[in-house]
Design a protein around this ligand. Structure first.
Ligand code: SAH
Length: 224
């Protein structure tokens, strides 16, 4: 696995108290069911406060989603961990991420794969995440502005696809652009009727299973 931060304390710029606060968050994430130690280690190293507005920084290590502007949110750490461990049940070299947001989930995925194509529908969020991850030294990401639910054919097939906004259906394009052996992790449903699902593509077809009830922001329409 690639290491993102050569000197953690330099990148984060925060001291011992925050180290303790972060460890407490990771402990909560573990207790809720994220047992993959690789995922927990990556999350422990990530300075989540840098992905959100300074005014909210004191809540950065709470296990909650927080606003990032434009009616969107940074995902809850537990959910980020759960989706990451579910996607990387085995190595997956190329991943499509739908809904870059602030880039936090992108950053947790980054050490696990060779390349991520991360698509965001809101131009300002796309630009902000692209610049932040560049500053953090995370380089294996291709950031794209557009409708991620249409997939991104020019980079397909994908070994993994992860969506951070809820859709009422699984778009055919995503199934088509998934490699055989590939896996999709995404919320399915609407409003307060959503479930996190896993779709595995095998030589003989599609296998779908449910993980647990979740709450995500709705999918936005494509560029018109
Ligand atoms: N994991 C992200 C979650 C952001 S919330 C984070 O931690 O920051 C979901 C994101 O999906 C939002 O930024 C929203 O703008 C984006 N989104 C919604 N519909 C989309 C679509 N059709 N294509 C690409 N991104 C979309």
């Amino acid at each position: 696995m690639k290491s993102m931060f050569s000197n953690k304390s330099n990148v984060t710029g925060i001291g011992m108290t925050s180290e303790r606060t972060r460890r407490r968050l990771i402990e909560q994430v573990r207790e809720m069911g994220v047992t993959d130690q690789r995922v927990l280690d990556v999350m422990l190293a990530l300075p989540r406060h840098l992905y959100i507005d300074e005014a909210l920084a004191n809540r950065a290590y709470d296990n909650i989603s927080l606003p990032i502007g434009f009616g969107q949110t940074i995902s809850q750490p537990y959910i980020v961990g759960l989706m990451t461990q579910t996607l990387f049940n085995k190595p997956r070299a190329k991943v499509l991420e739908i809904g870059t947001g602030c880039g936090y989930q992108t950053s947790v995925l980054a050490p696990f794969c060779d390349e991520i194509i991360s698509v965001e529908r809101i131009l300002k969020l796309h630009r902000r995440a692209r610049d932040l991850l560049y500053d953090l030294g995370i380089r294996n990401i291709k950031f794209r502005h557009g409708d991620g639910f249409a997939g991104m054919k020019e980079h397909a097939p994908y070994d993994g696809i992860l969506a951070a906004a809820v859709s009422e259906n699984i778009p055919d394009e995503l199934i088509e652009q998934l490699a055989v052996g590939g896996r999709i992790v995404m919320p399915l449903g609407r409003g307060n009727q959503q479930v996190l699902i896993v779709v595995d593509k095998t030589a003989s077809g599609i296998k779908q299973s449910e993980i647990e009830a979740v709450r995500f922001v709705p999918r936005l329409a494509g560029l018109s």
